[in-house]
Design a protein around this ligand. Structure first.
Ligand code: SF4
Length: 315
């Protein structure tokens, strides 16, 4: 990870997290700012261009420590389903990522006061909490240590159930911790053909599966997510082959669950994403709108087929 410039809110510079992060980037030019939105929310930014050379912003989170889950997210049937955003944007660059439609900037914002988020969540328990939202928290672990903070939080609070979703192969950064019954590690996987074309910077399928296997061996609760399924020419063959690879690599019966879903985003985000890369194959298929969400018209069949391949059921 390299950032040529690091924007630091004057208030953020006082926090221990900022003091730990800044020396790691001694080659970067620090720029003092008063509020992260002065940089992050500037008008006229281009997400895809910025994504090639993102900058880092260190900021203080002053409000909205958590949000209630949206209807497009899988809350696994939990009543109090919330998510936190301690980092905005991601080290990876998935062509179908909704962050492209959500943010005008690809710069990475790290909020340096995770303790305030933890305190706010502690006041709202019991809850199912997705903590790797609007980012890939485990991929940033070596830099921030935020996953470890959630592990300590959960160890002391059985009424908190935390999901840490990732595409990384960074399990090693928490491998020294004991598995916790109220922490779910969820890996999103795709066929290598999709990874190579649409998930820039992410580890390959086998690397993610190896991490999942290691986590299972260490007693962690592990969820497999084949979500989103991305339609391409020949997607059936690619996902069928990936399902075989997954079943050969993992003890499927020991997984906490298998989530399967198709590419879908809100209508507003879809329009912004398509404008950024209008010729991407992601947007080259017929889509339909249902209740403000854009998705494939045949998503139910695609999900059923993929589920059957993953479970070994015959179609
Ligand atoms: S890993 Fe997730 S958050 Fe990161 S770019 Fe890909 S889809 Fe977006």
């Amino acid at each position: 990870m390299f950032f040529s410039h690091i924007y630091v809110e004057r208030e953020a510079a006082e926090y221990a997290t900022a003091r730990a992060i800044l020396p790691r980037f001694s080659q970067s030019v620090p720029i003092s700012i008063s509020h992260y939105k002065d940089v992050f929310c500037r008008r006229g930014q281009n997400f895809t261009r910025q994504k090639r050379r993102p900058q880092l912003i260190l900021a203080v989170k002053r409000e909205d420590y958590f949000h209630r889950g949206s209807r497009m997210c899988d809350g696994f049937g939990q009543d109090n389903f919330i998510y936190t955003t301690q980092i905005m944007n991601c080290p990876f660059d998935c062509a179908y990522c909704y962050l492209r439609g959500l943010y005008g900037s690809a710069n990475v914002v790290i909020f340096v006061n995770p303790e305030d988020t933890l305190q706010a969540v502690a006041n709202s328990l019991p809850a199912f909490i997705c903590v790797s939202y609007d980012t890939d928290l485990l991929a940033f672990e070596a830099l921030t240590g935020y996953v470890r903070r959630w592990l300590a939080f959960c160890a002391a609070r059985p009424e908190a159930v935390v999901e840490i979703r990732t595409k990384s192969a960074a399990f090693h950064s928490i491998a020294g911790f004991d598995a916790l019954p109220n922490v779910q590690l969820a890996w999103t996987v795709s066929p290598d053909s999709v990874i190579e074309r649409f998930e820039r910077g992410t580890p390959g399928l086998n690397a993610r599966l190896a991490d999942m296997r290691r986590a299972l061996e260490k007693g962690w609760r592990v969820r497999l997510c084949v979500d989103p399924i991305i339609k391409t020419r020949g997607w059936e063959q690619d996902y069928r082959a990936a399902a075989q690879t997954i079943r050969a690599a993992l003890p499927m019966e020991r997984l906490l669950g298998v989530s399967v879903g198709c590419f879908r985003v809100s209508k507003t985000h879809y329009a912004r994403m398509e404008k950024l890369e209008p010729f991407s194959e992601i947007f080259g298929y017929t889509m339909e709108e249902r209740d403000g969400t854009i998705g494939y018209p045949d998503e139910a069949e695609m999900i059923a087929m993929t589920r059957a391949w993953l479970t070994g059921g015959a179609l």
